[in-house]
Design a protein around this ligand. Structure first.
Ligand code: SAM
Length: 239
């Protein structure tokens, strides 16, 4: 699974995506994350990526021409990487017709859910565009992207955190990213209504701390009763 993120702040990603489970997934080649610096695609000497809106208004908009050039490079990089053993060894790239899905991070987009993460994990190549400042020239939405996604009903200063949230949640659905048989592997399953899986409360040693006791049944050794208790205490992860 290949991600390419187009951003004005490329340094934000490595501290988060270079740790823990996503780090391992990248090291084992299950997930590849490439960061494209949007500013590299500005053509004037000031590296201008945004400008004022026609007709007036507050704030600056990311420019359609700069974004188009960045996307063309990200797309061709992804297409080359799709056959990528050769690319990794600096051999000539294997031609590939796979078109990446281009996603624009936007507070007005379709709400990101577990169900969407699961579906996107079936894709080979995703390009995530992070906005900043007031927003985008509308032609970016109209002509350059396949989908607009919001991570929730609030407005952030940029699309970088939403992109990282999407990469994390989608990667969990890539086979092999969560260890086989690990208890956590179940936690990415989805209920019919698209909500995260049901979970029951879990406890570890000590059995009592500060007077807060683990339920007796869990330390009883009675497996049938324990299973009954787990079923009776299932709750949605979003509750
Ligand atoms: C300050 S916001 C832009 C606000 C702009 N008025 C709008 O409604 O699109 C800057 C960027 O952060 C990202 N962003 C902010 N909130 C988001 C959210 N809830 N979900 C996804 N992306 C978000 C988008 O990429 C957006 O272009």
């Amino acid at each position: 699974m290949n991600f390419n993120v187009i951003t004005l702040f490329p340094k934000m990603f490595e501290p988060i995506l270079g740790e823990s489970i996503i780090k391992k997934a990248r090291q084992s080649g299950l997930v590849d994350i490439e960061i494209t610096d949007l500013r590299k695609f500005a053509e004037d000497k000031h590296h201008t990526v945004d400008d004022t809106p026609y007709g007036g208004g507050t704030g600056m908009l990311l420019k359609v021409d700069v974004m188009d050039r960045a996307l063309k490079e990200a797309t061709s990089n992804r297409q080359q990487a799709a056959g990528s053993n050769e690319a990794k060894q600096n051999l000539p790239p294997v031609p590939c017709t796979l078109h990446p899905i281009v996603i624009l991070l936007s507070p007005q987009g379709e709400k990101f859910t577990s169900q969407m993460a699961k579906e996107l994990a079936q894709e080979e190549n995703l390009i995530l565009i992070c906005g900043h400042y007031e927003g985008f020239d509308e032609r970016i939405r109209e002509h350059l992207v396949d989908k607009q996604v919001s991570i929730g009903d609030y407005v952030l200063t940029g699309g970088e955190l939403p992109a990282m949230i999407m990469i994390d949640a989608i990667s969990r659905f890539v086979t092999g990213v969560l260890p086989a048989g690990a208890p956590d592997e179940d936690s990415h399953s989805i209920e019919k209504d698209g909500k995260p899986a049901l979970e029951y409360p879990q406890y570890t040693k000590p059995a009592e701390y500060n007077g807060w006791k683990v339920p007796d049944v869990l330390i009883s050794g009675d497996h049938a009763k324990i299973e009954q208790w787990k079923k009776a205490n299932l709750k949605s992860a979003s509750n």
